[in-house]
Design a protein around this ligand. Structure first.
Ligand code: RB5
Length: 146
């Protein structure tokens, strides 16, 4: 499974650790940057991950900023993306099961690395539930064409 990941300066340290965590977990990782903790604009990095996932270059995306909120707002502007900001494992699990989320956004300032690792595990190990949720996700995606 291929995971595309990026951050801004506020999420940089956790992003670096999560890249190692994913590689050690056997995932193929595309690191969209940044390469240092210098101040950057999060939409630039959200765009890289979101476009990669939308194009099928990666199965899932992970974005880390201060709150995870700006990354989610930006990533959701890319057609085909369902980005969810999860602050606990239940949100991550339900984002996959109910919403078929394909990008997970994380808070590097308000959630610890260990918590974010657990959130990431929950996200990557949960399948979309389909059934009654499938039509709702189709309606979400239809909004892109309306
Ligand atoms: C950067 O200061 C901060 O605004 C950013 O990391 C993020 O939290 C935005 O949503």
């Amino acid at each position: 499974m291929i995971i595309s990941i990026a951050s801004d300066h506020a999420g940089f340290e956790q992003k670096q650790s999560l890249v190692d965590y994913l590689v050690r977990g056997g995932f193929d990782v595309i690191d969209c940057g940044p390469d240092t903790n210098e101040r950057v604009d999060y939409p630039d990095f959200a765009a890289c991950v979101a476009r990669g996932v939308a194009a099928g270059d990666a199965d899932f995306g992970v974005l880390v900023c201060g709150t995870g909120i700006g990354m989610a707002v930006a990533a959701n502007k890319v057609c085909g993306i369902r980005a969810v900001n999860a602050v606990n494992t239940q949100f991550a699990q339900l984002a996959r099961e109910h919403n078929d989320a394909n990008v997970l956004t994380l808070s590097g300032r308000f959630v610890t690395l260990d918590e974010n690792k657990a959130i990431l595990d929950a996200f990557l190990s949960t399948d979309f539930g389909g059934g009654r949720h499938a039509g709702r996700v189709q309606k979400i995606m239809a909004l892109e064409r309306s």
